[in-house]
Design a protein around this ligand. Structure first.
Ligand code: NAD
Ligand code: MG
Length: 393
């Protein structure tokens, strides 16, 4: 029986994780659930899964959960950052699903790594912003890091010995696929007019708002490139990106002997979640078997780097090293939030990120404090840029 802390239970990945767990009750027990908003939904999940601990954002939410009658009297309700870290390192817990969105997930995820947990990583921003520190912590603790992002899960599944170096395994290239998002075929002029509602309506995947916007700008693929560099110890040049609108081939590994291996399936996060939960075994995930006879043609094309400049920004940040990916990630989070709140146009997102990177020097990010400081500085600069833009300065 694996006991699980699920960080970000009320989100898209969180709910898919609970669906997979519900299909495999003899293997998994929900020990802790966390949520930052949508308390009605968290209450419902508590009445279904009876966690021993729940973490919410503040005292008011705790009060709501206590009063609503859905939470067992014995369930402990914890609050805020300390609560998140507590359930991430709890000695009763074997597995931590890191499914909080954005930088908010860094500290609990890193804490789970340092505590030697089996860490299922959906929260790519945590790894992007602290890559070196994160992977060093994995090596130093006995933590087992398993990718949940579908592309990285695909690569992981296509490697015969995921723990060994790519070179030793005869790998020449990793190919990350991406759907191209909802605006794949839009002109530059049309891209300037898109609204948040259009951006969060992804054609293939059902996801939270932030990653949906990242998919629309292709920053999601940029973040995934950085994520793959760290997870598989790959150079950015060893990673290609192919646009694949059908989202059936989730990524590929090209070997030096001419073989290319790919992992296929319907675009449904329950598959990579189940892989990470059960690895090296396999469990049911509730996903229909892939029928290639009915999927139609599978297409692949090179990404348009001019219409989607976030890809190159991410590549450059990874090549620059140090705090550059931290700055990129923070500026992106701020710009995406501003776009979602109708405070800045879609096409300003890459411009804000580029300008933030231009204004800040690259520094070392060897410690958590340095990572947090770089993140803070980039948020401040990006916020100021958005404010100036709105004020017409
Ligand atoms: P979501 O917005 O649906 O859910 C986010 C979760 O994080 C919610 O439970 C929310 O309450 C919690 N949260 C938000 N802000 C928080 C804060 N400040 N403190 C604590 N908790 C907070 O997001 P999602 O789509 O489920 O994505 C989660 C992560 O998984 C992201 O990093 C995303 O990039 C990654 N991911 C998602 C998908 C997908 O299909 N949705 C696929 C691959 C990777
Ligand atoms: Mg992905």
């Amino acid at each position: 029986m694996q006991r699980i802390s699920l960080l970000g239970a009320t989100g898209s990945v969180g709910r898919s994780t609970l669906e997979v767990i519900a299909l495999n009750p003899e293997r998994y027990q929900v020990y802790a659930l966390t949520g930052h908003s949508r308390m009605d939904q968290l209450a419902l999940l508590c009445s279904q899964f009876h966690p021993q601990k729940v973490v919410v954002a503040d005292g008011q939410q705790r009060e709501y959960l206590r009063q609503c009658g859905a939470v067992d009297a014995a369930t402990q309700i914890l609050v805020g950052r300390e609560g998140l870290i507590e359930v991430a390192v709890d000695p009763c817990v074997d597995t931590v699903m890191a499914a909080i969105v954005g930088a908010a997930g860094l500290e609990p995820t890193l804490a789970a790594v340092c505590a030697g947990k089996r860490v299922l990583l959906a929260n790519k921003e945590a790894l992007v912003m602290s890559g070196d520190l994160f992977m060093q912590s994995v090596r130093q603790s006995a933590a087992r890091l398993l990718p949940v992002d579908s592309e990285h899960s695909a690569i992981f599944q296509c490697l015969a010995q995921p723990g060994r170096s790519l070179h030793e395994q005869g790998v020449e290239k990793l190919v990350l696929t991406g759907s191209g998002g909802p605006f794949r075929t839009l002109s530059k002029a049309a891209l300037a007019q898109v609204t948040p509602a259009m951006a969060v309506r992804h054609p293939r995947w059902s996801m939270g708002p932030k990653i949906s916007v990242d998919s629309a700008t292709l920053m999601n693929k940029g973040l995934e490139l950085i994520e793959a560099c760290w997870l598989f110890d790959a150079a950015p040049e060893a990673i290609e990106i192919w646009i694949h609108p059908q989202s059936i081939v989730h990524s590929l590994v090209r070997y030096q002997d001419g073989s290319t291996l790919a992992q296929l399936g319907y675009p449904d996060m329950r598959t990579p979640i189940a892989v990470a939960l059960a690895w090296p075994e396999r469990i049911v995930a509730g996903v229909a078997p892939l029928d290639l006879l009915t999927t139609g043609t599978l297409e692949f094309e090179a990404p348009d780097r001019e219409r989607f400049p976030c890809l190159d920004l991410a590549r450059q940040a990874m090549a620059a090293g140090g705090s550059a990916p931290t700055l990129l990630n923070a500026a992106n989070e701020v710009a995406v939030q501003a776009f979602l709140q109708n405070e800045t146009p879609f096409s300003a997102i890459p411009a804000i990120i580029a300008a933030t990177l231009d204004r800040l020097p690259v520094s070392a990010t060897a410690t958590l404090e340095q990572v947090i400081e770089a993140d803070r500085q980039a948020r401040q600069v990006a916020g100021r840029l958005i404010h100036q833009h709105r004020a017409g300065i």
